[in-house]
Design a protein around this ligand. Sequence first.
Ligand SMILES: NC(=O)c1ccc[n+]([C@@H]2O[C@H](COP(=O)([O-])OP(=O)(O)OC[C@H]3O[C@@H](n4cnc5c(N)ncnc54)[C@H](O)[C@@H]3O)[C@@H](O)[C@H]2O)c1
Length: 458
Amino acid sequence: MGAGKTTVGRAVAERLGRPFVDLDQEIERFHGPIARLFDQEGEAFFRARESETAREVLGRGEPSVIALGGGAPATEAVRGLLARHALTVLIDVDVDDAWKRSKGGNRPLARDELHFRALYTKRGPLYRQVADAVASDADDAILASGGVHLAPLERLGELVPGDGAVALVADSQVAGLHGAAAQRALGDRLASTHELPRGEEAKTTAVAERLWRELRLGRGGTIVALGGGCTTDVAGYVASAYLRGIAWVAVPTTLVGQVDAAIGGKTALNLPEAKNLVGSFHWPAATVIDPALLSTLPESERRAGMAEVVKTGLLAGEPLWELEEAEQVRRCALYKTAVCLRDPHDRGPRKALNLGHTFAHALEAAADYELSHGDAVALGLLAALRLSGLPTTDVERVLDPKPVRVDRDRAWAAMARDKKSQAGRPRLVLLEAPGKPRIDVELPDDEVRAALVALIEG
Ligand SMILES: NC(=O)c1ccc[n+]([C@@H]2O[C@H](COP(=O)([O-])OP(=O)(O)OC[C@H]3O[C@@H](n4cnc5c(N)ncnc54)[C@H](O)[C@@H]3O)[C@@H](O)[C@H]2O)c1
């Protein structure tokens, strides 16, 4: 009572584009005012109706955000349903705040302060036992829903769900820098460690096959991917197919990984024909983000990540690039988590994350991948903003994109071949305004080509 379940629940539902169900309102819809039920029929009668309604709501099967009545978890059947069908987030509140918010209202159990405080003490342990996560606001609840934890690497052991064996996967560079700390954190659960080549070399069918053949995990095992987007992409893909799918945990160590690649469940391998041509949707059981790991990141890799930070800031309509690093990572991770929970299979709003990327992919392909992805995205953002009729000053100031020397016809042909093109015509993400993305925009070829050519030197 008084924790703010309804306020937080409503905010989470709105940000995830899911229906919001308030259990107390559902009870009142069928049985009349709760205060009257309590006074006329007694608490036992009310609890029975509460449990009945909770079971009905939890059994609907439609992804939704439910504000559960404070007494509902006391019923064993409800606890069973929560364990099977829900991610349960405890909204943590101090008893003094809870009382201040609840007193004087029409809640039957908030009429007497002593009784209220006793109930708080009694229910606390039960709530903690039932909760999958503890949150104090909508941001925390969204991160918890996506399994995203901002936590130091030392806590990795406790954040890998379950108690099965763990295989740790890292590229040679990251293994040398942070592998030992990850191994220590995983403790006795660590069954094996696997080293990958650095960069895109890791995202091959040969590397995936080697991992499948090396792994000795059962179905209860977990792959922990420690590294940048290349490591998490291949390890996530390997986990999605090994024994028809086992759990994996992402521990991103690059800025690209922490704000983008390790969140949202897309995994991928490259084929000679194209990058990311093979992959799966396989949401990590947890993503553990420790911004302190970025302290060893070379400047060029940080720059690559900044391009994604600026992209996220433009999509969110907030200058996230101006925040200090840990907060910048948290806010970007939060934005991506919410968009991906809203559209896990990339059929609608998630496409907005492609802002600037259609141009970037075309330039990278025309440069035979000699152009860094971050520099390509910075250029792509310029083009997207120009076509949106919006100022490019922030992109220019923060990312300082420089025109590239590539063949114009090759770049244009690559754009038409893009996975997301429709009948050879690129479908773009533009902005109506910062914070207001428009997806699937088709513009006349000459306009798009002119925007592309403006990114090319000479
Ligand atoms: N699945 C997704 O949703 C998604 C989203 C964006 C990008 N991606 C993929 O991510 C990949 C790019 O990811 P990336 O930029 O992280 O590249 P990466 O994994 O190759 O890492 C970049 C380099 O940084 C090194 N490194 C990593 N962490 C370090 C640290 N803490 N200190 C020092 N060095 C460190 C690595 O050894 C590597 O050489 C691309 O293949 C892209 O397709 C995937």
